[in-house]
Design a protein around this ligand. Structure first.
Ligand code: ASP
Length: 593
């Protein structure tokens, strides 16, 4: 793929040679993938990043010493060979170099290797934990290597696109003060300032806003962010964002700009053209799909049935806040057993529903439901019409407190998509979610939290409501959802210091706290801050989705495990007493050193 000339180690890489180089003398370097010693002939598969080339050592044609050394080559030895490209007798159409082999004349063992703890093959025998521990060996395997090359490709496409659109790549610091994004900070003690700590950025949010005050106009950065969250599966405590900000923009400008980036990526990376992204308000998403990142590759939108289903003597429904159903297309012939399984599924503690009502819209035009005792066929028909269920469909209904029931039905919808294989992995269905609430009430701390972050601007028409009815205020905030995953989110920012001070107050910061934490930003706003806004994409997840896989870890060179540990370097670790005292720290769990 990439010819490397004039190196003492190689004239070609291991993925290049073909009949074009027949009879040429070449030098290759790489790792021994396989050594097949037939006694009088030794074949070695030589591997590097670019591919595999077969080497042949022949008792009759290869110098004796070279032949003997070849017999002793172990897996993962690093070698350099010089030899002639010859045509293979038995060709291998599976690899690019399969028409030829190299008849070796000179062999240098550059390094030996212990026997690797797992096989370095596409399908390995190594378990996850072992491969994490020896990540550098795992990286030699094609699947992981290809994922990193893929990530590089996405990275470069992002950089090129944004740079060509006038965005400037600016680095912002890592040793900073807390930037609230709703998680806990990772902190770093300061040796030179007793008792003081830096925080690692949860995002470069305040810095990118200051860059706009600084007149940079369009900023981007592919940047590490750090959030000390309780570990959920497939979350990394450090992760990468494509972080962007623009000055003199309103929401529409941002949506257009980053719809452009996303469309470009899907086209460039997957060769798929996506037309204009649909938009949905937060309230619509919650009402119709039960969550704010719906996968719209398949239908099964919610229909509320309160009016039709209450007051008919069925107590389970009568006293509930919400009765809501989904239509499973073509599923009226689901067996009793399959339906029972679904009922058991929704009753599991993780979902927590009390039960599940079903209505089968039979192909003969009749209806069969689990509540036939309470509802007539006419009632059921009215439900079906209301839900737009067709003959042959199945309606599934949950009831209860509004928020919980929607969440439960949302989970059931996704479970059905899985069971019935309703999601096409080759389809890309992006969706903008807009009009998020500005604030969220938190019962635990008994105060409002910013739904996005405290710098998010309320919709101008709602500013009046900030005092009278804060909870009803909508934000100029938006998320980009792709196939049911939130891949990006951002907002138009507050750039007026009085409004920002008011929001800090609403969020429960005292004046002093606001000044200590965000005085620098409030000061900056006194010197001509332009209107501005931005967005950040989660690069790890975006790459995984474009790569058609679920686990972001597979696209990160050196990830942490589910308990936040790097098992390869064994971090986090203890500090010794001297280090601790230099940092003015005490510990009950000091290392033995
Ligand atoms: N800083 C935000 C985040 O990390 C993104 C933004 O508002 O631009 O989610």
């Amino acid at each position: 793929m990439f010819n490397i000339y004039f190196s003492m180690y190689r004239t070609h890489d291991c993925g290049t040679l073909s009949l074009e180089q027949l009879n040429q003398t070449v030098t290759l370097s790489g790792w021994v993938q396989k050594n097949r010693n037939k006694g009088f002939i030794v074949w070695v598969d030589l591997r590097d990043r670019y591919g595999i080339t077969q080497l042949i050592f022949d008792e009759k044609r290869t110098p004796k010493k070279v032949f003997e050394t070849a017999q002793g080559l172990g897996r993962e030895f690093v070698i350099k060979v010089k030899g002639e490209v010859i045509e293979r007798e038995a060709k291998n159409s599976k690899i690019a170099t399969g028409d030829v082999e190299v008849l070796v004349e000179e062999l240098t063992v550059l390094n030996v290797s212990k026997i690797p703890p797992f096989t370095i093959e596409n399908e390995t025998d190594g378990g996850e934990e072992l491969r994490m521990q020896y990540r550098y060996l795992d990286l030699r395997r094609n699947p992981l290597k290809d994922n990193l090359l893929f990530r590089h490709k996405v990275n470069m496409a992002v950089r090129n696109y944004l740079s060509e659109s006038g965005f400037v790549d600016v680095e912002t610091p890592c040793l900073i003060k807390s930037t609230p994004e709703g998680a806990r900070d990772f902190v770093v003690p300061s040796r030179m300032n007793e008792g003081q700590f830096y925080a690692l950025p949860q995002s470069p949010q305040t810095f990118k806003q200051l860059l706009m005050v600084g007149g940079l106009d369009k900023y981007f950065q592919i940047v590490k962010c750090f959030r000390d969250e309780d570990l959920r599966s497939d979350r990394q405590p450090e992760f990468t964002q494509i972080d962007c900000e623009m000055a003199f923009v309103e929401q529409e400008d941002i949506l257009i700009q980053f719809e452009g980036l996303t469309r470009h990526l899907i086209k460039e990376i997957k060769g798929v053209e996506v037309s204009k992204f649909p938009r949905m308000t937060y309230n619509e998403a919650i009402k119709n799909y039960g969550n704010d990142k719906p996968d719209i590759r398949f239908g099964m939108c919610f229909t509320e049935l309160n009016e039709l289903a209450q007051g008919k003597g069925f107590e389970v429904f009568d006293n509930q806040e919400l009765i809501v159903g989904i239509v499973v297309p073509g599923a009226s012939e689901m067996s009793r057993k399959q339906i029972d399984e679904l009922i058991d599924w929704v009753k599991r503690p993780q979902i927590g529903a009390k039960g599940l009502v079903y209505v089968k819209c039979n192909t003969d035009g009749s209806f069969k439901s689990s509540v036939d005792k309470f509802f007539s066929p006419e009632d059921l028909k009215a439900w079906a019409v209301h839900c737009e269920a067709k003959i042959g469909d199945l309606i599934l209904i949950l009831s209860g407190e509004t928020k919980t029931t929607r969440t439960q039905l949302s989970s059931l919808r996704m479970e059905l998509a899985e069971r019935l294989d309703l999601r096409n992995p080759n389809e890309f269905a992006p969706l903008w979610i807009t009009d998020f609430p500005l604030l969220e009430w938190d019962d635990e701390s008994n105060r409002y939290h910013a739904k996005h972050h405290p710098f998010t601007a309320p919709k101008p028409e709602d500013i009046e409501l900030l005092k009278s009815n804060p909870e009803s205020v909508k934000a100029n905030a938006y998320d980009l959802v792709l196939n049911g995953n939130e891949i990006g989110g951002g907002s138009i920012r507050i750039y007026d210091q009085t409004l920002q001070a008011f929001i800090f107050d609403l969020l429960g910061f005292t004046k002093e706290e606001a000044t200590t934490q965000f005085g620098f930003l409030m000061n900056a706003f006194q010197y001509g801050a332009p209107p501005h806004g931005g967005i950040a994409f989660g690069l790890d997840r975006l790459v995984a989705i474009l790569g058609g896989e679920e686990t972001i870890r597979d696209f990160i060179a050196f990830p942490k495990n589910n308990s936040g540990r790097d098992v390869m370097i064994d971090a986090p670790g203890h500090l010794n007493k001297d280090q601790l005292s230099e940092l003015y720290l005490k510990s009950t769990a000091v290392s033995k050193k």
